[in-house]
Structure formats: structure tokens, C-alpha cells
Design a protein around this ligand. Structure first.
Ligand code: GDD
Ligand code: MG
Length: 346
């Protein structure tokens, strides 16, 4: 079975990290996100995947120059301009000559959902499409999907206002689609599967959905990108993983807890790193504190500084000695010499 993997978005909520690396090439525990996604698909019998690319396609093609990732054969479909989710699916499926029922996944979702069972559900219900569902506390950031008892979708409401969602079951970003769905997607313009195609399929009563009860996270915000890796470190998805790359150097009296330290990361004497992700070559000066933060490649934190509260440092950013960065971000290559005003101050 073939899969279309959507990886063409701009990843705006993860800027400045995504200014230099497309979201699905950001590391999740030392391995690009896309590899985790393709491993999961391979586990369920997917042998070929079309990467539906727009923004920074070079990053994927360079990393998988032999056209294979996690044992899955890759096709590269590069959109001439962003076509939005449905436009991208159509473009990619036609590019790869997909003619049988196929799978679509949002490339920024990490999940253990049972794709094999989803395909079986799809085949048993004879619809044109089946959406995997996941239960969340606050559905307002997602597509909300009420169904009847038979699993037929009654409505598809993309990102409803807080408190207005008809159910707490959301679109998990994994679909099984018949090729007939491609005929519903207009050619050569932006088409959203969430806002245009799914609502039309609901009206025609050909869309189904099946709830799962497994690990699921959309990694598309800094907090979720951190969470996804903390979950792996804490064994939420099975065996606990180690986050410290063998080439990372931690001073003997520095503290590192619940954190990912990428290749060549250095943590100097007396520093503390907790609940954070430090990408390749990042450097934490003596006595500095990094707590719930993301440091991009080669980012520098000066001695005695404090970076916390989901702050994000872009690649090659630096924070001067003794400064404090709580939340917000420091741009790619930006050198911070004065602590930024905190929200609610000055
Ligand atoms: N090729 C291509 N072209 N890919 C795109 C485009 C495009 O124009 N726009 C977005 N994508 C890709 C993104 O890279 C991502 O992998 C996927 O499509 C979904 O886009 P996001 O920007 O991450 O959407 P979202 O997280 O706000 O919402 C979507 O995912 C939720 C679950 O994670 C929706 O599908 C929601 O309904 C869903 O609940
Ligand atoms: Mg997303």
C-alpha cells in the first residue's frame, strides 16, 4: 500500500527552528521526525511513500539521497506553490500514479495508532474515506469530528472556537482514502482537505472515522515538540530512551535531567539542563540554567544565563552572560545582549 506524507507546510509555529530546517526534518531524539513517521508506516506494511513537499524540499532530498527512508521507498512530489492539504494530496498522488486506496498522514504527528486496523475498518464500511480519531482535552486546535454509532462522520469542524466543539474526538491526521477522493479536489489551486473536501464528503455521506486509543501527539508547537521527546525519555511509549548523544560532553558537576543533548553539545561546569532539547553543537556556559527550552543547532548560552518557559533559540543564536530568556524566541544568528522584557512588564 502507498502513503502520501504531507511535509510541505511552513511550520510557522515552530519558528525560528523551521526557518533553517523544515518541521519534519527537526530531530526527535537524534533522528529526523520523518524517520519516526515512516518507521510507523513501514511497521504497518507501507512500502512506498510520496513525500508531499513544498517548503524546503532540498532538506529531505539531501538527507535521503538514495530515495529510501526507514526501509520505505520514497517519491518526491514538489509543489510549484503551496496547494494546501488536499491540493498537496492530489498533486502527490498523481505524481506517484496512485490508483488504489491509499493512506495519507500529516508528517508532524507521532503516534502508535493501529493503521492496519484503520484500513480494515475502512474496507468494512465502504466509504470513500476514513479518518483516524483521537481524544483530546481541548479540541479547539484541531479538526473536530462527530460521528454516528456506525462511524459515519456527521460534521467536520476545523479548529472551532474554544468551548464550541461538538465532541472531544479530533482528526488525528491519518486517513485511508479511495482514489475517487482525488476527483473531488480541484486542480491547480489551494484546496484544504479539512475545510473543503471533508465537509463535502460529509454532505455526500461517504466519510467515516474510527477512534483509536493510543499514543498520539502533533509536534507542531514548541511545547508539543518538547513533550514528544519527554514522552520518549520517560518511557510513555514503551522502553525509556536515553537522550544524551555519545558525543555530547557534560561537565562532571553539571546537572542534566529529562533532556535531549544532540551531537557535540557541551554543558559546562555548574550548569543545569532540565526538560529541554539541545540540538547539535549547542553550548551551555558555566552555571547557566536551561529549563523547558529548545536550543537550535550551535546555539550558545552564556555563563550564568537562564533560558526557560518554552523559550526557543534559533540556530546560531546566542544569549549573553547572566541574561534571562523566559518564553519567546531568539532568532537565527541573533546575539542577545540585553534580557528581553517579559510579557506584562515594561
Ligand atoms: N505539501 C504540503 N503543502 N503540505 C502542507 C501544506 C501545503 O500547502 N500545508 C500544510 N502541509 C502539511 C504540514 O507540513 C503538516 O505535515 C500537515 O500538512 C498538517 O499541517 P499543519 O499545519 O501541521 O496542520 P495543523 O496541525 O494545524 O492541523 C492539522 O492536523 C491536525 C492533527 O495533527 C489538521 O489536519 C487538523 O484537522 C488535525 O486535527
Ligand atoms: Mg500539525
Amino acid at each position: 500500500m502507498q502513503a502520501v506524507v504531507l511535509v510541505g507546510g511552513f511550520g510557522t509555529r515552530l519558528r525560528p527552528l523551521t526557518l533553517t530546517t523544515p518541521k519534519q526534518m527537526l530531530p526527535i531524539l537524534h533522528k529526523p521526525m520523518i524517520e519516526h513517521v515512516l518507521e510507523h508506516l513501514a511497521h504497518h506494511g507501507i512500502t512506498e511513500a510520496v513525500l508531499s513537499m513544498g517548503y524546503r524540499p532540498d532538506a529531505f532530498a539531501d538527507a535521503y539521497a538514495d530515495g529510501v527512508c526507514a526501509g520505505v521507498k520514497l517519491h518526491y512530489a514538489i509543489e510549484p506553490e503551496p496547494l494546501d492539504t488536499a491540493g498537496a494530496i492530489r498533486f502527490a498522488a498523481l505524481h506517484a500514479g496512485i490508483a488504489d486506496r491509499f493512506v495519507v498522514v500529516n508528517g508532524d504527528v507521532l503516534t502508535d495508532l493501529d493503521l492496519t486496523a484503520l484500513v480494515a475498518f475502512h474496507d468494512a464500511h465502504h466509504g470513500e474515506g476514513t479518518i483516524a480519531l483521537h481524544q483530546v482535552q481541548d479540541p479547539s486546535a484541531y479538526g473536530v469530528v462527530p460521528t454516528d454509532d456506525d462511524g459515519r462522520v456527521l460534521a467536520f469542524v476545523e479548529k472551532p472556537a474554544p468551548g464550541e466543539a461538538p465532541t472531544d474526538l479530533i482528526n488525528a491526521g491519518t486517513y485511508v482514502l479511495e482514489p475517487a477522493v482525488l476527483d473531488r479536489i480541484a486542480d491547480g489551486r489551494k484546496v484544504s482537505i479539512e475545510r473543503e473536501v471533508f465537509p463535502a464528503m460529509v454532505a455526500d455521506r461517504v466519510l467515516y472515522a474510527s477512534p483509536g486509543n493510543t499514543y498520539w501527539i502533533d509536534t507542531g508547537t514548541p511545547a508539543a515538540y518538547l513533550r514528544a521527546q519527554m514522552d520518549l525519555l520517560q518511557g510513555v511509549r514503551g522502553e525509556r530512551a536515553s537522550g544524551i548523544h555519545p558525543t555530547a560532553v557534560v561537565a562532571p558537576d553539571a546537572v542534566v535531567a529529562r533532556s535531549v543533548l544532540g551531537p557535540g553539545v557541551r554543558v559546562d561546569a555548574g550548569a543545569a539542563v532540565r526538560g529541554s532539547v539541545l540540538m547539535a553543537g549547542a553550548h551551555v556556559g558555566a552555571g547557566a540554567v536551561i529549563e523547558r527550552a529548545i536550543l537550535g543547532n550551535r546555539a550558545e548560552v552564556g555563563p550564568g544565563a537562564r533560558v526557560d518557559d518554552v523559550a526557543v533559540l534559533g540556530d546560531d543564536a546566542s544569549v549573553g552572560p547572566d541574561l534571562r530568556v523566559s518564553g519567546g524566541s531568539v532568532g537565527v544568528g541573533e546575539h542577545l545582549e540585553v534580557s528581553p522584557a517579559r510579557v506584562g512588564e515594561g
